[in-house]
Design a binder for this molecule. Structure first.
Ligand code: TYD
Length: 138
């Protein structure tokens, strides 16, 4: 499966009306997992690179609910870059996929939905270790 198919861009329904917009995301319906954790990243400037890890257990959906950012996603072979620039779009990132978030606009609020509670031990933070593991070297 290509990386684009593994990490699809998701388009959420906009239930807005003349009063404004409304986006609803229901776990295991609009996204492929039930949501255990929500966090958001803001006040990161355009020079910062966040993420820089892969997760053994966690699946994520990333949504810029305000502003814009970019996500570089790789499995060690292919690479895709997704610009998150609408509150009704997101990108799904399954387990064992490396991601970097960068190019944050000053007003960027990057919402992350996660399938797990936080566990720092499930993170792979060294890219060489990640590549070795993906190649089956260890
Ligand atoms: P970090 O993983 O570096 O954030 P990013 O994915 O944006 O690069 O997390 C920053 C700090 O916050 C780090 O000390 C771990 C802590 N943290 C939690 O305690 N719970 C969480 O759910 C997350 C995502 C991070």
């Amino acid at each position: 499966m290509s990386l684009k198919d593994l990490c699809p861009v998701l388009h959420f329904r906009d239930l807005g009306d003349e009063r404004g917009k409304l986006v609803v995301i229901e776990g295991s319906r609009a996204i492929p997992f039930s949501i255990k954790r929500v966090f958001y990243i803001y006040d990161s400037d355009s020079t910062v690179v966040r993420g820089q890890h892969a997760n053994r257990e966690s699946e994520f959906v990333l949504i810029n609910v305000a502003g814009t950012s970019k996500v570089r996603i790789t499995d060690g072979k292919e690479e895709i870059i997704v610009e998150l620039n609408k509150p009704m779009m997101g990108v799904y990132i399954p387990k064992m996929i490396w991601k970097d978030m960068y190019d944050f606009s000053p007003d960027s609020v990057l919402l992350v939905l996660a399938s797990t509670y936080y566990d720092g031990n499930e993170y792979i933070r060294n890219y060489d270790d990640y590549l070795k593991e993906m190649r089956g070297d260890k």
